[in-house]
Design a binder for this molecule. Structure first.
Ligand SMILES: O=C(CO)COP(=O)(O)O
Length: 250
């Protein structure tokens, strides 16, 4: 399967800035991707439509940073899967650590979002990862087990493996400039691969696993070559078209 290079723009860029960055990125890439690569951009909800419409033809895919697990109704401030699809996006992030820790989203809600989004036709990148405190207390395996069990508790079936992606993002490596050591990444991705086999069985256990946390042009290639790393989820270094293009081409 192709490796995924994804850009999480978080709460950055208005519509105009988002569209401009997409045009610049496309120019850096000559509107073509290196072989075996897929690129997904996650702008804010409000710049999503401007992003998907920025180019008349594009090799880029798009997604939203969150979703609410209901078709419609009285959920003030929330966005449904069909609204995301209507904006021209095919993907959504669930369980990003900033939502878990700042917005206090629980595993159960992350699980509901993941299954509802998949059942509604969106593809999902579900994020997991431990805090520094949890890592130092030797809880890496337990945290990943709980997060994955609950996130993947009610997946719709049948589900083709390319529609569900897991992103391992150690919380202590996000936005800190501290990339995880290669052995930390290999260990966590191997744990996730084994857990996926247990939780979703052999049919979809080929689910791609991305690494996220202080990825930059200088370390992207090395991380992409590690065992069980099928892509990258990039925050800060994806905001500038030139640096994100370098990561895509790493
Ligand atoms: O949270 C991240 C992507 O979702 C990672 O962010 P940084 O690349 O800025 O560390």
């Amino acid at each position: 399967m192709n490796k995924i290079i994804a850009a999480n723009w978080k709460m950055n860029k208005n519509s105009k800035e988002a569209a401009e960055t997409i045009k610049e990125l496309s120019a850096f890439l000559n509107n073509s991707l290196p072989p075996k690569r897929e690129v997904i951009i996650f702008p804010s909800f409000i710049s999503l439509e401007a992003s998907t419409h920025a180019l008349s033809s594009s090799v880029l895919q798009f997604g939203a940073q969150d979703v609410y697990p209901a078709k419609d109704g009285a959920f003030t401030g929330e966005i449904s899967p069909s609204m995301i699809l209507d904006a021209g996006a095919a993907w959504v992030l669930t369980g990003h650590s900033e939502r878990r820790h700042i917005i206090k989203e629980e595993n159960t809600l992350v699980g509901q979002k993941t299954s509802f989004a998949l059942a509604s036709g969106l593809n999902v990148i579900a994020c997991v990862g431990e805090t520094l405190e949890e890592r130092e207390a030797g809880k890496l395996y337990d945290v990943l087990t709980t997060q994955l069990n609950q996130t993947l508790a009610k997946l719709p079936t049948p589900l083709s493996p390319e529609r569900l992606v897991i992103a391992y993002e150690p919380v202590w490596a996000i936005g800190t400039g501290k990339t995880a050591q290669t052995e930390d990444i290999i260990e966590a991705h191997a744990i996730i691969r084994e857990l996926l086999k247990d939780i979703i069985g052999t049919s979809v256990s080929q689910t791609r696993i991305l690494y996220g946390g202080s990825v930059k042009p200088e370390n992207a290639r090395e991380i992409l070559e590690l065992d069980n790393v099928e892509g990258l989820l990039v925050g800060g270094a994806s905001l500038k078209a030139e640096s994100f293009a370098k990561i895509i081409q790493a």
